[in-house]
Design a binder for this molecule. Structure first.
Ligand code: ARG
Length: 587
């Protein structure tokens, strides 16, 4: 299909150039890359639609006149005849592809395990930072959105040929970390997560919340946390030992959540290891005049000329800030692996932070500062209200997955599908992940959104489980055939048989898979793949209702449709893999 599109673009560009020459105009102005192929609004119009609007000025004719002229030229072009037929429809030139030949090519290509993968971005090195929690609390609902954006973006970029390194940046230093330590010192009595039967991250998060109680009892607690940070930066052994212990508890806990949700990182980097470099960079920038020192000793940058604020880079006591470490981190990363692009997947609350960070790196003279990109995403709310951390009413990521999984399990039981699915707890967990990941991805990243657990699970809506269900249906047809059921075993697959409208529409959806992956990669937006999967799943569902496969009386048609089912299944399996929706053989 991609080949057919390219061939048609060339044919049309050639005809446009001839048309220009015929009018005594400069033919060099038309090239194939300017020819755009769209999907016609109605399938009756054909398979590809080429708008002629953009040539009107150049060719001094109306788009409709151009479409007419090109249709006539194409009809007389022997090369075009082998590739289908074209007709003018208003300002569009619509093309019908030769179905039997195209069907054969699509089915052949879509069988390959690599179907969907491409090389558009090969040679391109992309570093993607995502998740990046603080080591004072567990992951929350917002992280689930962050994680699936980062994870699927990594997979989509890899599928488009890019070399990708995914990084989890751990903010394991700072006053907020010291607060959980202080509360633990006051209330913890030496207990461990195991003593309280809690995951390590939940355990430490509990103490972070308890810091508020501490503050009520002792108004000096804020100052004590600052003091603890100074001791930490000075390398005080007792402080470091407690810090190390609590940090490990959190990291062990979050590692469980990552593995449960299928999130993977190539590398971890730690604020505790880059903040010193950050301080050195600030010192260097101070000499260069990028920063200035206030009377109290603190170091600042002034960004008023670009419509931003003044921003502190080192406190008066010399301790480092969130922005300080990010300077060091960015420099260390580029030295370690010179990339073409570094993407930070971070909530839109930090837009200001990243503007300042990128601008500062530019002022410091790093020529790669222009390759940094903040992939900013909006809040995730639950129907019950906004998530709040400090009040302790945060929606915990593990709890949310548990909740959706138990809803899914109840649904399996209500439908009496326990025997059909096998291990219903494991399948329920996979359905929950499919539901959550699809629901979070399908909304454009920049928008705030409401996460509705029940709606995310609906088996016949715009949901992950719906896509999983269609994958299971396709798998079940193939299983039945393998077990000797149906008419297809008696027939021979022949793509020519798939020229009917229904089969052809589904074939075109199969053919569109690699383009969906490529556009998602170029736009850095995995929701393009999610939307494609939904279209394919619903196209498959309609087709399957109307077109018998195993029971088709014509054995050759049955065998041909079976190979179409296998192609659909291949797209669904690879595609769901790209967006973190577990593929299910049965559900
Ligand atoms: N840990 C930070 C937070 O939870 C996000 C870190 C984003 N990445 C970065 N390089 N600053 O808010």
């Amino acid at each position: 299909m991609v080949e057919a599109k390219t061939a048609w673009k060339n044919i049309i560009a050639r005809a446009l150039a001839d048309y220009a020459r015929g009018k005594g105009l400069d033919a060099g102005l038309v090239d194939a890359s300017s020819v755009v192929a769209e999907k016609p609004p109605k399938k009756e119009l054909g398979d590809l639609g080429f708008p002629m609007f953009s040539y009107a000025k150049l060719l001094r004719s109306s788009p409709a006149q151009i479409a007419q002229a090109i249709a006539a030229a194409v009809a007389a072009d022997p090369e075009a005849a082998a590739l289908g037929s074209a007709a003018a429809e208003g300002p569009y030139l619509n093309v019908r592809l030769p179905r039997p030949a195209e069907a054969g090519r699509i089915l052949e290509a879509a069988r390959a395990p690599a179907w969907g993968k491409g090389n558009r971005l090969s040679g391109h090195k992309v570093m993607i930072e995502f998740s990046s929690p603080n080591t004072n609390k567990p992951l929350h609902l917002g992280h689930l959105r962050n994680n699936i954006l980062g994870e699927s973006l990594s997979r989509v970029l890899r599928a488009a040929g890019a070399e990708v390194r995914s990084i989890n940046h751990i903010n394991d230093r700072g006053v907020h970390i010291c607060k959980s330590m202080l509360a633990y010192m006051k209330f913890g009595e030496g207990r461990s997560p195991a003593d309280e039967g809690l995951k390590g991250d939940h355990f430490v998060g509990k103490y972070y919340v308890l810091f508020n109680k501490l503050l009520e009892e002792n108004p000096k607690a804020e100052e004590e946390a600052q003091e603890l940070l100074r001791k930490w930066e000075a390398g005080d052994p007792g402080t470091r030992a407690l810090w190390d212990k609590m940090r490990k508890w959190v990291l062990d806990g979050t590692a469980e959540t990552y593995s449960r949700t299928g999130v993977h990182f190539d590398l971890y980097d730690y604020e505790s290891e880059t903040y010193e470099l950050g301080k050195d960079i600030v010192a260097m920038g101070l000499e260069k005049g990028v920063f200035y020192r206030e009377e109290d000793g603190s170091v600042w940058g002034n960004f008023e000329d670009i419509g931003l604020d003044r921003k502190v880079f080192l406190r008066k006591d010399g301790t480092s800030l969130y922005i300080t470490q990010d300077l060091g981190t960015a420099v260390a990363r580029h030295e370690g692996w010179p990339y073409d692009r570094l993407v930070y997947v971070v909530a839109n609350e930090q837009q200001y932070h990243f503007k300042i960070l990128f601008e500062t790196l530019k002022r410091l003279g790093y020529d790669w500062a222009g390759d940094l990109h903040h992939l900013s995403y909006g809040m995730v709310n639950l129907p019950s209200g906004r998530m709040k951390t400090r009040e302790g009413t945060v929606v915990d990521a593990d709890d949310l997955v548990d909740e959706v999984a138990s809803l899914a399990k109840a649904e399996i039981e209500a439908k009496e599908r326990e025997d059909a699915v096998g291990d219903s707890a494991a399948v329920a967990e996979k359905i929950a992940l499919g539901a959550i990941h699809y629901y979070l991805l399908q909304v454009a990243p920049t928008k705030d959104m409401l996460f509705d657990p029940a709606a995310s699970l609906s088996f016949n809506g715009d949901t992950g489980p719906y896509i999983q269900y269609m994958g299971a249906r396709a798998s079940s047809i193939l299983r039945k055939h393998a077990a000797g059921e149906g008419n297809a075993i008696k027939g021979k697959a022949d793509p020519e048989k798939l020229s009917g409208d229904g089969d052809w529409e589904l074939l075109k959806l199969v053919a569109a898979f690699p383009e969906a992956v490529e556009s998602a990669a170029l736009a850095m937006d995995p929701s393009v793949v999610a939307a494609y999967l939904h279209d394919l799943a619903s196209g498959f569902s309609t087709w399957y209702r109307e077109n018998p496969v195993l029971n088709c009386p014509d054995a050759d048609l049955a065998a041909s449709r079976l190979s179409l089912v296998a192609a659909v299944r291949n797209c669904l399996e690879t595609g769901t893999g790209l967006v973190g929706i577990p593929f299910l053989e049965a559900m």
